[in-house]
Design a protein around this ligand. Structure first.
Ligand code: HEC
Ligand code: HEC
Ligand code: HEC
Length: 430
């Protein structure tokens, strides 16, 4: 080898060595620093015990902020939030690892039994765990704006639940997720030092904003996530999501029969809800009826949002009309293979899963929107009357009509499925 070539080789190996050393240092830094605790005081606050606060806490948990969407057993409001559900984010964007939904029942060893009220308030609003580490996935960015009264009511309600002993495995964050924490992209929410009061209740933009942006999950489901950072795109909030609800993935262990994106609910007249009247909006969020008469799929939790007071929903409409319109077309609902290939009660079960389960519960056994047990009531009605009722609905009861949504075949298969409800527990709609 000639000397200059040797020299180049030397320089090159030096550069490669330096890069490797830097990478090594970086990985070392990320591994050590990603879960550094945040030096932040624990607020001195005590949860109330009166029944009005307890009821408000329950309303927030079940109907408004819908904590069960992640924490509930089978992601349903029916079970206790004893945790363990898997958030498998390995294939999402650069891969964020595997995360587990924690047990938030008051069990002392496996749940939140030893957390103080102040620690719970800090977790909910500031996204900092008991050990001072920032929380991931938990929507504290939204709950950061919750009033003192509301956040304490939530704490009071959690404390009132029966303790369930269920040990949840530790998270398995990927290097990318760790790096996002290390470099402060994923971080705790701003500290709250002052008393926070909700705006006065009324049909106003301010109250509507409080409900939409802080006391519910509208923002989370109706906004797109930047998959390189796991953060919502702040400049296009509410213009539609980029996760199809129902598709196997984050928060969804298997494919549902139907997939749907949270739609664009900014006031863009063509791609959003800019041309909707207040009455049309109320029909959509109360009973799931779109302006064209078709019914929204159950991934949109109108079964619960419809239980809000009408004036609160009017306030949400006022707020949605006030946000900047974003022009973004969201793909329509996608019906899985079972809708084209399934027949008989298999198709009936898929239709039920898509459109009826959110209000009538698993196998029609009842859910918070109606305690009626479908199997029992259906036995007292003949097929023709049952079909007619499903086609027409009854808006005074908050039961949507499906005449414009289901074909004749789907209707009769649905009725055939309902007839099986008292014979078998659950027919898998997968
Ligand atoms: C989008 C899913 C999601 C929703 C909605 C959600 N959470 Fe969480 N929550 C999580 C995840 C994931 C964690 C674990 C965070 C971590 O360990 O980094 C968590 C953590 C918690 C913790 C701390 C438990 C612990 O052991 O660390 C509490 C308490 C809690 N959530 C309560 C609530 C309440 C109350 C609501 C509704 C107001 C709610 N969550 C809504 C996903 C969610
Ligand atoms: C768990 C996720 C989720 C939450 C929470 C949620 N939505 Fe939705 N929403 C959806 C999905 C998915 C659709 C699409 C359903 C369909 O196309 O059949 C939808 C559809 C809608 C529509 C119909 C829009 C159209 O163009 O047809 C409106 C209006 C709406 N949501 C408003 C709201 C409001 C207001 C809130 C909060 C109070 C909210 N949503 C909370 C998932 C959600
Ligand atoms: C937005 C919530 C909602 C959805 C979605 C919904 N229902 Fe209902 N349904 C109700 C309510 C509320 C009642 C009245 C319950 C009561 O009387 O307590 C009801 C009543 C019924 C009844 C009983 C009628 C009677 O004579 O008492 C049948 C049957 C029924 N629904 C079938 C269905 C089927 C099938 C689907 C899906 C295609 C469906 N429902 C979707 C809310 C809903």
């Amino acid at each position: 080898m000639t000397p200059p070539f040797k020299r180049i080789l030397k320089i090159l190996s030096f550069i490669i060595g330096a890069i490797l050393a830097l990478l090594f240092l970086l990985v070392g830094y990320v591994t050590v620093s990603w879960d550094n605790s945040v030096d932040r005081r624990v607020p001195q606050m005590n949860a109330p015990t009166d029944s009005a606060s307890m009821a408000r806490g329950r309303f927030l948990y079940e109907t408004s902020a819908q904590c069960w969407q992640c924490h509930g057993e089978n992601r349903s409001p029916a079970g206790l939030p004893s945790g363990g559900a898997v958030e498998d984010l390995r294939d999402l964007g650069p891969g964020f690892g595997v995360w587990y939904i924690p047990n938030i029942t008051p069990d002392k060893e496996t749940g939140i039994g030893t957390w103080t009220d102040g620690e719970l308030v800090r977790l909910l609003r500031e996204g900092i765990k008991k050990d001072g580490r920032p929380a991931f996935i938990m929507p504290s960015e939204r709950f950061n704006g919750l009033s003192d009264d509301d956040v304490l009511s939530l704490v009071a309600y959690l404390r009132s639940l029966p303790a369930v002993r269920n040990s949840v495995p530790p998270h398995e964050p990927s290097l990318v997720a760790k790096a996002l924490f290390s470099f402060g992209i994923m971080k705790a929410q701003p500290e709250i030092k002052e008393v926070v009061k909700a705006p006065p209740r009324g049909v106003t933009v301010e109250w509507g904003k409080y409900l939409t942006a802080h006391a519910s999950l509208c923002m989370d489901c109706h906004s797109a996530v930047d998959l390189s950072t796991g953060q919502f795109y702040k400049d296009s909030l509410l213009s539609g999501g980029n996760f199809p609800f129902g598709k196997k993935g984050p928060g969804q262990p298997y494919d549902a029969p139907t997939f749907a994106f949270g739609r664009n609910i900014t006031p863009d007249p063509e791609t959003g809800i800019g041309s909707w009247t207040e009455a049309q909006f109320l029909d959509a969020v109360r009973i799931g009826i779109r302006p064209d008469g078709t019914v929204l799929v159950g991934h949109m939790p109108y079964a619960y949002i419809g239980l809000w007071p009408d004036d609160d929903l009017r306030a949400v409409f006022q707020y949605l009309k006030s946000v900047p319109p974003v022009r973004k077309l969201i793909p329509p609902v996608e019906f899985g293979k079972i809708f084209s290939e399934g027949r008989g009660i298999v198709l009936g079960a898929a239709v039920f899963d898509t459109y009826c389960k959110s209000c009538h519960g698993e196998a029609g056994k009842g859910a918070p929107p109606t305690k009626l047990v479908l199997a029992e009531i259906a036995n007292t009605i003949d097929d023709a009357t049952l079909e007619k009722f499903i086609v027409q609905g009854q808006s005074s009861l908050r039961m949507p009509g499906f005449g414009k949504t289901l074909s004749r075949d789907q209707l009769s298969d649905l009725v055939a499925y309902i007839r099986t409800l008292n014979k078998q527990k659950v027919i898998s709609a997968r």
